[in-house]
Design a protein around this ligand. Structure first.
Ligand code: ATP
Length: 439
């Protein structure tokens, strides 16, 4: 017999069906037994008259919570049943995966344990529908990105994560033994995205792992995360990248809302708003003035940069003045941007770059890149880089490379903002941080 999803049982009233899933609760009464069974699509009550088969009734009495069961029975419409108004009258039951008791973590306990304990027993924690929903939304969001790219003639690349030289600066770099030599785990696909521009690929994207040896314990950093990266050619400035990004995000939010609106509302208490375009744009110089006027003190060591508190303060200001949850912070000073960001011709102390702040959190950094060999080499030297170590990258710009730009976005940061989750550890399948390499 074919397995039927619990969520589809209403289409099978009066039929004999087979379901498979977790035994969430067993109510063992004098004459009847009620088994609440769960699969990814929902919960159903199955009922058994003990008198029908005392041996089977005894077996049911011994079942532990979260045991995997295969049940056959007849679906009946029963308006008294709270769970969806239907019931399966149990005929056969087979145990397919017994669960030890007590559970190391009870997904349906009244109080949710600490996040660290939950991460230790992540697969049990993920049995809660609220957790599974995060990854259902993520699946739709990723598909929507790919739909958008496909509609706009983008090519997908998969760049190597083992590198012979660092892709950014020496900081936050994981070094690994590579036979007789050393390799580095890619901190971003930056160099290879640009190589694709030099190859004439014009519009590319990559969704892949990014490694950062960042020892911090914030609610938005991981040592390994999934990056959504893209690069486009023949742009006039970073404005073209911002327009592309905001249109794509609007599409992604629209698709997620179409598929998950109710689920998101119910499980996360979020009324998903599809962002209007264009997003407000605030040059960094103005942002600093706004923060001053709002009485927010930027930490002095953050000169030219904005700390997370400042980002949140600006987000409040944008909400008040533009009624928008997204905004671009543009034209960052060269001191806080990498050497490959293009600078303004008339304001060489500023880069043609942006961050996207969503729900008060940075989720994207982007820029127009410097594609002129001499200027790029000069900027690298100014930042103290040795040209030798990045010569393979500089070579990309020797034989004709179109003007281009792009961005990098953290997938889990996006999910965290979209679903208003308090911590990035909630928004990722398995968290990796300075103190966590398991499970
Ligand atoms: P932050 O200032 O928050 O540390 P960053 O400026 O180092 O981020 P970028 O190098 O610009 O980040 O990376 C682009 C995007 O990748 C970020 O906007 C963010 O969405 C994501 N990202 C960066 N670092 C991390 C991290 N350690 N964990 C999770 N996501 C990250």
């Amino acid at each position: 017999m074919q397995r039927i999803n619990i969520g589809e049982l209403r289409n099978h009233i009066g039929e004999q069906v087979q379901i498979q899933g977790f035994l969430q609760t067993l109510r063992d009464q004098k004459k009847m037994q009620f088994l609440i069974v769960r699969d990814l699509t929902g919960l159903v009550q199955t009922a058994f008259w003990k008198a029908n088969d005392l041996e089977l009734a005894d077996k049911i009495s011994t079942l532990t919570a979260e045991t995997i069961v295969k049940i056959t029975g007849t679906v009946v419409d029963n308006p008294i049943v709270k769970l969806g108004g239907l019931e399966i009258q149990l005929e056969t039951l087979q145990v397919e995966g017994p669960a030890e008791s007590p559970l190391a973590l009870d997904p349906f306990a009244e109080t949710i344990p600490s996040i660290d304990f939950r991460l230790d027993w992540r697969y049990l924690d993920m049995r809660r529908p609220q957790v599974a929903a995060i990854f259902q939304v993520q699946t739709t969001a990723e598909l929507a990105f790919r739909e958008y790219w496909h509609q706009h003639q983008f090519m997908e690349i998969h760049s190597p994560k083992l590198m012979g030289s660092p892709s950014e600066s020496g900081a936050e770099l994981f070094e690994v033994q590579y036979f007789e030599t050393k390799a580095y785990l890619a901190q971003s696909p930056q160099f290879y995205k640009q190589m694709a521009m030099a190859a004439g690929f014009e519009r590319i994207f990559e969704i892949g792992p990014v490694f950062r040896a960042d020892p911090s314990f914030t609610s938005r950093h991981m040592t390994e995360f999934t990056g959504i990266d893209s690069e486009i050619s023949y742009i006039d400035s970073h404005e073209d990248v911002m327009v592309y990004l905001e249109n794509m995000l609007q599409y992604v939010y629209q698709r997620v809302k179409e598929v998950h609106n109710e689920q998101i509302n119910e499980m996360f208490g979020v009324d998903l708003v599809v962002p209007a375009t264009p997003f407000p744009r605030i040059p960094m110089s103005q942002a600093v003035e706004i923060l001053k006027a709002e009485g927010y003190q930027l930490p002095p060591e953050k000169k030219g940069d904005i700390d997370p508190g400042g980002e949140r303060k600006l987000a409040d200001w944008v909400k008040k003045n533009y009624d928008h949850d997204f905004f671009y912070l543009t034209d960052w000073p060269i001191a806080v941007r990498p050497f490959y960001h293009m600078r303004h011709a008339d304001r060489p102390e500023l880069t043609r770059s942006f961050d996207l702040i969503a729900g008060g959190t940075e989720i994207v950094t982007g820029a127009q890149r410097e594609h002129r060999y001499d200027v790029l080499a000069k900027q690298a030297l100014e930042k103290g880089l040795s040209l030798e170590s990045i010569q393979f990258y500089l070579d990309f710009f020797r034989y004709g490379c179109p003007p281009h730009g792009g961005f990098g976005m953290g997938l889990s940061r996006l999910l965290m903002v979209m679903l208003n989750l308090p911590n990035i550890r909630e928004a990722v399948f398995l968290f990796r941080g300075p103190n966590r390499l398991n499970p």
